[in-house]
Design a protein around this ligand. Structure first.
Ligand code: ADP
Ligand code: MG
Length: 317
């Protein structure tokens, strides 16, 4: 295979999830980048175009630039397995587990990896019991959403019911977590030639330490530091946890883990793994890749090179 000979490449973008708008930007940027490298890349919006037309496109491989439900959770990955079209990023199982914050924590805890203590919340959960176990403040969030949607910081027991309600409107599974006060970090993982490597950490400084939807995508005040400024040994410790956590979920290709570094004792906590992270010009994985000398276009090509299947049944003619 020639360097850029990937055949006809589909860039799946848009989709039906809450992050549709971000994905539209990610996909357009990825497609442009691939084209600039001589790849025969085509955009395909899974939110407006149907499965039959995806089949008709006869893509040889696919770059998944979708975020959230249907795109990041194993659904589209399963479809591509059925169609035997190699795709970027994690396979069906890892995508599905990573999309579910409770399942992710169960795996990480079983592997001895640090993640904030949590409880699965139900409509009849006793607020005092929850507060007694997790302390205050605490975080309530839906298990399957991203972009801080439906997330509440609870500072008193009588706020818990409303916080649960807000998350439960979006998701059948809701969790509460102990609040970790400290530095907010994120760490990208990239497979180069099949070997996953943790990229340099990015430190996120949001106004009022509130990294919500607005501050994530629209604020000019949110700062991103890469290099993150931490001591090299501390950074390495976190990167080691991140790599273990990535492997524990069975991820592939790439991913990004959000981390809180507790101020009181320097203990890192893994929050979640994004298996199909943002790829806009301002996104965090491209920022970290740049730090190791990998520009946006080359990052896209590296990811596309790694496209594969969980089950390779037969060669396509
Ligand atoms: N346990 C926690 N302690 C402190 N801050 C948290 C905690 N959980 C979430 N946050 C904050 O909320 C943001 C979003 O939470 P996260 O678990 O990454 O979900 P998502 O990004 O999918 O919405 C984090 O980046 C962090 O700023
Ligand atoms: Mg996050």
């Amino acid at each position: 295979m020639k360097e850029m000979d990937f055949g006809k490449v589909g860039v799946l973008y848009g989709g039906k999830a809450a992050e549709r708008k971000v994905s539209l930007v990610s996909g357009a940027a990825v497609c442009e980048a691939l084209k600039s490298k001589g790849v025969d890349a085509h955009l395909f919006d899974t939110g407006t175009q149907d499965v039959a037309s995806l089949q008709q496109e006869n893509f040889d491989r696919v770059f998944i630039a979708l975020h959230g439900r249907y795109g990041e959770d194993g659904c589209v990955q399963g479809l591509l397995e059925q169609m035997q079209v190699p795709y970027t990023g994690s396979g069906v199982m890892a995508s599905a587990i990573a999309m579910d914050k409770v399942m992710t924590k169960r795996v990480w805890l079983a592997e001895g990896l640090p993640t904030p203590r949590y409880m699965v919340l139900k409509a009849d959960s006793d607020p005092l019991e929850v507060v007694e176990y997790l302390g205050l403040p605490l975080i309530v969030k839906p298990a399957h959403e991203g972009s801080t949607i439906g997330l509440t910081k609870v500072t008193a027991p009588d706020q818990l019911a409303a916080a649960y309600q807000k998350a439960a409107e979006l998701d059948s599974s809701v969790l509460a977590e102990e609040f970790i006060a400290g530095m907010e970090l994120t760490c990208a993982v990239l497979d180069r030639n099949g070997v996953p490597e943790a990229l340099p950490l990015i430190r996120i400084i949001a106004p009022g330490a509130n990294y919500d939807y607005h501050n994530k995508y629209f604020s000019n005040e949110t700062q991103y530091l890469c290099p993150c400024g931490l001591d090299a040994a501390v950074e390495k410790t976190i990167q080691d946890y991140v790599l273990k956590a990535y492997k524990a979920l069975g991820c592939r290709g790439w991913g990004r883990i959000d981390v809180m570094l507790r101020e009181s004792d320097g203990q890192p906590f893994l929050l979640e793994l994004n298996s199909s992270p943002g790829m806009t010009g301002h996104s965090l994985v491209p920022m970290a890749a740049k730090q190791v000398g990998l520009g946006y276009e080359d990052l896209c090509v590296t990811l596309l090179k790694g496209a594969t299947l969980d089950y390779i049944q037969h060669k396509k003619d």
